[in-house]
Design a protein around this ligand. Structure first.
Ligand code: ADP
Ligand code: ZN
Length: 756
């Protein structure tokens, strides 16, 4: 037999090796192996088995690494699809599919030495007083880790060894699982009685999970027309607080009953202890408890290894995690849930540039698992698929608690600027609203998606603007440290006190634009008695800060919470009755065709933070373009209305969901070379790509952020309705393409970020 192996060292190729007789039967697809390669031995993964090889003089595998292959053959096949579709080498795809912690050669369970008492059949042999004391401790505990015994008995390992020599104890290594949640307790919860809308949604999902199950006679379902041809994917469109999570939980319970597992994807930022707790509390206790594995970027390598293998061994059948959890080796897989499916964090911004939501759909199809995409503001792509019948649309239009959605007021900041002779940070309306809420001892959230103090440092006399020396971007002023910082590359320099232009030296240098620090300063002046906290990545220096501030806010120790999009997501605070959005059009002006969609989503989400408790909520939106559809439809909580008009715009310009995009990024330190290379690339595309009639090519053009971290970038944007075909052509083209020295080409399929 021949093993086809992908090597860790990225060479867009697979290599054939002989399986030596002593390894026969132990090598399967997914097995990690060490193989000879030139004079060295390197790590690899078996990606296929074959009877014969076209090559001669094959060398044998050196050895098998690890007892069980960390991936299932199905997930490995998925990696091949990712390489094919996202236009990258298989080795690159494998790097995401197999986390480092399980791929490394020395990845293993952590072992600890345990001591176990071996009571003798007859009388206890004669022991010293010290030995007898230790024996009594051991008799009581039966077994315990050596290290703990040493502490408890105030003794040494030698003493214990002597007990072992006399046959009274056994010392043996045992696996010590690293469980990041080991110290937390969960109160078990029961499934809630669903409301009719939830019930309808859940039934549709369960029906898809048991396609062959006949509905029991006499049940209402029996008299209904047969369901339409099975769709495998559901889009669950439900406003915040409509009870989507409860539907997920009950669908998962059903998968478990069928002997299948489930993967739940949530955006990294929503993977809070509360979220994890809801899942653990439902499934970790009760009559048939199962482990819930959690995968996210804050795990140590050891914890990640252990969580992964608990899944692989089938002990944990539910996985909850961020993006890369889509590759968890759950088998058999019954259900995949992608919560907040519109979130951009599902897209990986480095190779392989996959979108976990789309991979979920593909994986679900391949493994016959039901996929549920959930969101209050579905992406245009998913909603379009649902409208076309490719996905089944499930709607939860009302909140579980029957609360009405908050009233949203839009303040025209142009009028405000005229009336107040200058642009205020807070409009009259917002100022009054805050005052009112504070008097009633209610809480306020203010949102501005820009950190720092001001956006730029300008000299009104000579027009100088402080720029990053490595990026085509103005530096942001950070007041607490008196620094200018670049938000792209991190460059920083002390803020000057006079204009740095030698000919100018104007001391009246000014800071233009607005950041969270400046808003905080204004709030402190306007509301001196309020307790105010700022939450952005500058304010959060340590991992615990996030939890601590949210905890204080929950306990009512903070009156006004001001923050960037960090506070927009999934947080639930019953006492928040007012949400203020300081500058709603900020994200509208990004040079990206999704700017409107993103603004709509952000406004809807932030507004959803108001009025989650007894008191009705209120939202004040400050905007310079108050009549923009993204703002107006968000004001009316009208997703369908926004979708319709946005779809028209997308159709006119042949943007997604009507076509798919491949973004080609040409990058290098020398702008002339980059420009030349991208023009050459355009010519190559015109000459070599088949199916030119399906292809729209735009560019090359300088990227919106022409220079970042010292590199110039040019973009070419390709649009097609048949992406897999284009990806394959691009893969061929990029292997044949000869680029000038120090110029690189990146291919980003289905890019989400066009603005940089
Ligand atoms: P979503 O995920 O759509 O934001 P959740 O599932 O978090 O909504 O539900 C919001 C709140 O309503 C939660 O506190 C949840 O426990 C509660 N809830 C959900 N479904 C029900 C139900 N059928 N009966 C009572 N309470 C429910
Ligand atoms: Zn920079």
């Amino acid at each position: 037999m021949i093993a086809r192996v992908t090597l860790e060292i990225a060479l867009r190729k697979e290599f054939d090796y002989l399986i030596p007789p002593d390894m026969a039967g132990r090598v399967e697809v997914g097995t990690r192996v060490k193989v000879p390669f030139g004079p060295r031995h390197v790590m690899g993964v078996v990606t296929a088995l074959a009877e014969q090889s076209p090559h001669t003089n094959l060398r044998p595998l050196a050895r098998i690494v690890g007892a069980q292959s960390p991936v299932t053959p199905k997930v490995l096949a998925l990696a091949r699809w990712i390489a094919d579709y996202y236009c990258c080498p298989v080795e690159t795809a494998l790097k995401s599919v197999l986390p480092d912690a399980v791929r490394r050669e020395n990845a293993a369970w952590q072992e600890r030495l345990w001591v176990r008492a071996q009571p003798p059949d007859g009388a206890l042999p004669k022991l010293s007083r010290r030995q007898l004391e230790i024996w009594h401790i051991l008799e009581e505990w039966r077994d315990l880790p050596l290290r703990e015994l040493l502490q408890l008995a105030q003794t040494t390992a030698d003493t214990i060894r002597r007990l072992e020599d006399r046959g009274l104890v056994r010392i043996a290594p045992r696996i010590a699982e690293r469980d990041p949640y080991a110290r937390e307790q969960f109160l078990p919860t029961q499934p809630l009685a669903l409301n009719p809308e939830q019930d309808r949604a859940l039934r549709r999902i369960l029906d898809a999970m048991d396609p062959a199950a006949p509905s029991p006679a006499g049940s209402p379902a029996a008299s209904m027309p047969a369901p339409q041809a099975a769709v495998r994917v559901f889009l669950l469109h439900g406003v915040t607080g409509s009870g989507k999570t409860e539907v997920y939980l009950q669908a998962i319970a059903h998968a478990l009953q069928r002997g299948q597992g489930a993967i739940v994807l949530v955006p990294e930022i929503s993977l809070t202890p509360q979220t994890v707790e809801r899942f653990k509390a439902r499934f970790c206790a009760g009559p048939a408890p199962t482990l819930v594995a959690v995968l996210h970027s804050h795990l140590s390598a050891g914890e990640r290894h252990d969580e992964w293998h608990k899944i692989r061994q089938g002990r944990a059948r539910i996985v909850i995690g961020a993006r890369s959890a889509i590759f968890a080796p759950v088998d058999p897989l019954g259900l995949i849930i992608v919560d907040e499916e519109h979130e951009h964090s599902y897209k990986q911004e480095e190779a392989p540039r996959y979108n976990a939501r789309d991979v979920a759909v593909v994986r679900g199809q391949r493994e016959h698992a039901v996929v549920v995409l959930g969101s209050a503001t579905p992406s245009m792509e998913s909603y379009y698929n649902a409208k076309r019948g490719k996905y089944a649309l499930l709607e939860l239009p009302t909140r579980v608690d029957h609360q009405i959605l908050p009233v949203v007021r839009v303040v025209d900041m142009r009028l405000e600027t005229r009336q107040q002779k200058g642009t205020p940070i807070l409009s009259m309306a917002l100022k009054e609203a805050i005052t009112r809420r504070l008097e009633k001892r209610e809480q306020v959230i203010l949102f501005l998606n820009r950190r720092g103090y001001s956006t730029s440092l300008q000299c009104p006399k000579c027009g100088y603007v402080a720029q990053c020396p490595h990026c085509s971007l103005a530096l942001t002023y950070h007041r607490p440290e008196q620094m200018l910082r670049c938000h792209v590359c991190g460059y920083h320099t002390p803020a000057p006190t006079v204009c740095p232009q030698p000919a100018c030296r104007n001391p009246a240098i000014r800071y233009a634009g607005l950041g969270t620090q400046k808003v905080e300063e204004t709030l402190l002046k306007l509301f001196p008695h309020a307790r105010i906290s700022r939450m952005d990545s500058d304010a959060l220096k340590r991992k615990e800060d996030y939890r601590r501030i949210l905890g204080d806010f929950r306990l009512g120790r903070i009156d006004i919470l001001l923050g960037t999009q960090m506070i927009a997501k999934g947080l639930h605070f019953p006492n928040v009755t007012l949400v203020g959005i300081i500058y709603a059009d900020l994200s509208l002006h990004l040079p990206d065709f999704r700017a409107g969609e993103r603004t709509f989503q952000l406004l809807t989400q932030v507004a959803g933070r108001a009025g989650r408790g007894e008191v009705e909520g209120e939202v004040v939106v400050q905007a310079f373009t108050p009549f923009h559809p993204a703002i107006q439809y968000a004001r009316r909580h009208d997703y369908a209305g926004f979708y319709e008009q946005e779809l028209e715009f997308r159709q006119q310009l042949a943007y997604p969901p009507f076509a798919r995009i491949a973004l080609l990024i040409v990058k290098g330190r020398n702008e002339d070379k980059v420009k030349f290379a991208s023009e050459h690339l355009r010519k190559q595309i015109a000459e070599t790509l088949p199916h030119p009639d399906d292809l729209i090519v735009a560019g090359p053009a300088p990227a919106p952020l022409l220079r970042a971290e010292g590199f110039y970038r040019y973009h070419l944007m390709l649009r097609t309705r048949h992406m897999l075909r284009l990806s394959r052509s691009l893969a061929r083209l990029s292997t044949d393409l000869v680029l000038p020295e120090h110029v690189t080409l990146t291919v980003d399929i289905d890019p989400l970020n066009l603005a940089s």
